[in-house]
Ligand binder design. Structure first.
Ligand code: NAD
Ligand code: SER
Length: 323
């Protein structure tokens, strides 16, 4: 049975991807690695877990040997907004963590590696509408620079050493279990908490800032689909475009108002506006569709309804008509 090590398991994506992996492959076969943020109780109790700083090469190898790991999913990263506040930490975590992942996989001859990339690989010189798979990658954030380097390194290790590294350029991920870790698309999660709690949100992006997004169930589905795809069918490896929807803060607020009619939003853009303005508005993910059958399940309307139900349940604040 394949054994998977998930690094960064306590984060926004890890906290929902790992239960899905455990459900599919068995609790004992999915080892969770947290660093400073402890794992939630339910994840820690359900199966094996370890402490690991992804930059610690010796401990990384030791864990892979001890648990007989065949696949590494490395989710440990510093995201776009936090990365601009401490660019060298973003470089250190994202690049040294990735090199360790690839080197451990090469040396121990592991079966597969998954490391997400991001829409942050694109920059102001990239076509912003229906952004193609293979296009100009000139990002203006340190986070974006680490993600482009990561894609290139992944493709290099695949060609040079036969390490089966896979990855996709996640758009902004929207979810209800764990708050996002410091990105530019975080507004699209925060807005739900504030709408349910206060019927008011002070948005850090302008009303018409269109960005590509995806609801967590689609993120989990895409990740597992790419991990399970037949490698002989893949023409790309570490850099697939994927998307589910694109919207602006104004359009999201209008969708929320269908359930909370007196919800108000104000716009006070900060340094994250310049990051958002350098990213695509929409993504062409036809290569993911052709090479491994990608298709999303959630659009803006379906995601908004499910998010409001989940957040109102979590905060124990009823939204009339939904709970
Ligand atoms: P997150 O910030 O919520 O979680 C990252 C986790 O990594 C955290 O639990 C953190 O404690 C851990 N971590 C940080 N430094 C570490 C280190 N040195 N060693 C070990 N662990 C460390 O991020 P996320 O949103 O879950 O993102 C996961 C991956 O997906 C990242 O590669 C990110 O770039 C990518 N991604 C996320 C989004 C999104 O919208 N969430 C979009 C595009 C790409
Ligand atoms: N959601 C991420 C961010 O905003 C995109 O990689 O940083």
């Amino acid at each position: 049975m394949k054994k998977i090590l998930v690094i960064g398991a306590a984060g926004q994506i890890g906290s929902e991807l790992t239960p899905a992996l455990r459900e599919k492959y068995g609790n004992e076969n999915v080892v969770l690695a947290y660093n400073r943020t402890p794992l939630p109780d339910d994840l820690a109790k359900a199966g094996p877990y370890v402490q690991l700083d992804v930059r610690n090469t010796d401990k990384f190898k030791e864990i892979c040997r001890e648990y007989n790991i065949s696949t590494i999913i490395n989710l440990a990263a510093i995201l776009s907004a936090k990365g601009e506040q401490d660019p060298l930490k973003a470089w250190d975590t994202n690049i040294n963590g990735l090199i360790n992942t690839l080197e451990v996989a090469r040396e121990l001859k592991l079966e597969k590696v998954f490391v997400p990339s991001s829409i942050a690989v694109f920059g102001p010189t990239t076509p912003r509408v229906n952004t193609p798979q293979d296009t100009i990658l000139q990002p203006t954030t340190m986070y974006g620079i680490t993600k482009v380097s990561g894609e290139l390194l992944g493709n290099y290790y695949f060609t040079k050493f036969g390490v089966d590294m896979r990855g996709m350029r996640y758009p902004g991920i929207i979810s209800s279990v764990t708050l996002p870790g410091g990105g530019t698309t975080d507004y699209a999660v925060e807005i739900f908490y504030e709408a349910v709690k206060n019927k008011y949100y002070n948005c850090f992006l302008k009303s018409d800032t269109r960005l590509p997004m995806m609801f967590m169930p689609d993120c989990i589905k895409a990740t597992i689909m790419l991990m399970e795809a037949d490698v002989t069918k893949l023409k790309h490896h570490s850099d697939f475009n994927v998307t589910a929807m694109s919207f602006t803060p104004e359009e999201l607020a209008a969708e929320i108002r269908k359930y909370i009619p007196d919800f108000k939003i104000e716009y006070n853009p900060d340094f994250r506006q310049a990051i958002a303005d350098s990213w695509p508005q929409s993504i062409d993910d036809s290569c993911a569709r052709e090479e491994w059958g990608w298709q999303p399940d959630y659009d803006l309307a379906r995601m908004t309804k499910e998010m409001l139900i989940a957040i109102s349940k979590k905060l124990q604040i009823p939204v009339p008509g939904l709970t």
